[in-house]
Design a protein around this ligand. Sequence first.
Ligand code: PLP
Ligand code: COI
Length: 363
Amino acid sequence: MEIKYQLKPAAERRSEQFCPEGNVGFGRLRTDHMFMMDYYDGEWRDPRIVPYGPFEMAPGAMALHYGQSIFEGAKAFMHEDGEIYTFRLNKNAERMNRSADIVCIPNIDEAMQLKAINALIDVDRLWFPMQDGACLYIRPFIFATEDRLSVSPANRYTFCVVMSPSGAYYGESLNAIRLLISKEFHRAVSGGTGASKAAGNYAASLRAGKAAVAHGASQVLYLDSTNEYIEEAGAMNHFHILKDGTVIIPEFTDTILKSITSQSIIELAPLLGCDVRQEQIKLDDFIAGVESGEIIEAGGFGTAAVVSPVGSYIFEDGRVVTVGDGKVGEHVSRIYRIFTEIQKGHRQGPQGWVCKVPRLEKA
Ligand code: PLP
Ligand code: COI
């Protein structure tokens, strides 16, 4: 399908490369344009790039009532040749369709998703923020627009992509965070939507997030609904590292989002020089391992933060368990450095992980 361009007048859009003064932060800014495409009568139609702005939507749109809405999160980086490169965007497109299946949204051809995002980045390439550690954060999402109040899959949807020029997630160095181990709140149950990036999963996490903050923690370590196994760390996959450097990530189940960062770390094991494996992790075994010193580092993997080291855990009764000396460890630092070097093009990664955004003729 050909993409139509309805661009802002030249005088109203960015005309030179974005060179912000301070760190622009994560997710605050938007570029000049967005991509849109609609689904009705059984097909995705009318792909277009339009000025970023509000939608017109019926108050009865089913996304607003029954939450049929999913999203993705990806990043693009500028390499030393001045070109922009996406990072493993094909994996996001694939996962978008997996999420779509889980909440009964029609799939979008992966090649079309990539074409849409590449075209949008190309149009707004001057929005790439020229500062150390910066990226274009890409947020594709799909939501039900049909105006109907019965509970069944909608017949009309919109696919939209917006972008946020974002600064380095960490300042000078990585920071270790504290996680609340919650036995009260759960993110997902087997047979539910936990393995999708369904908007409702994030709404369901807010109450637990508030409890974490009340305990002086920044995120929640979610357990499975029996409170026996470790699942996720906020909007990240959890991991821990043994004394011998082995990285352990919980096995992907239908209650855990299949993180592209985690999958990348698994594939990078030979380059990282350590074993990376997945297993079901009992909370009790994990805590015993931290206390005995068998587990020396821990953290979360995810697109936004890449690697977020965890320095300590707090239980709901106030008991604190510290990992190692509570500071950022050398394994986590090495993983972060190697991974971000690949993203930025400073180090060769596996074939096809970084893809140059083509410069297109705009029809
Ligand atoms: N788990 C959840 C619940 C998430 O929202 C995310 C973020 O996307 C992740 C894990 C990490 O996934 P990824 O590495 O693909 O960003
Ligand atoms: C990401 O890491 O890209 C995510 O989607 C997490 C998000 C909820 C900020």
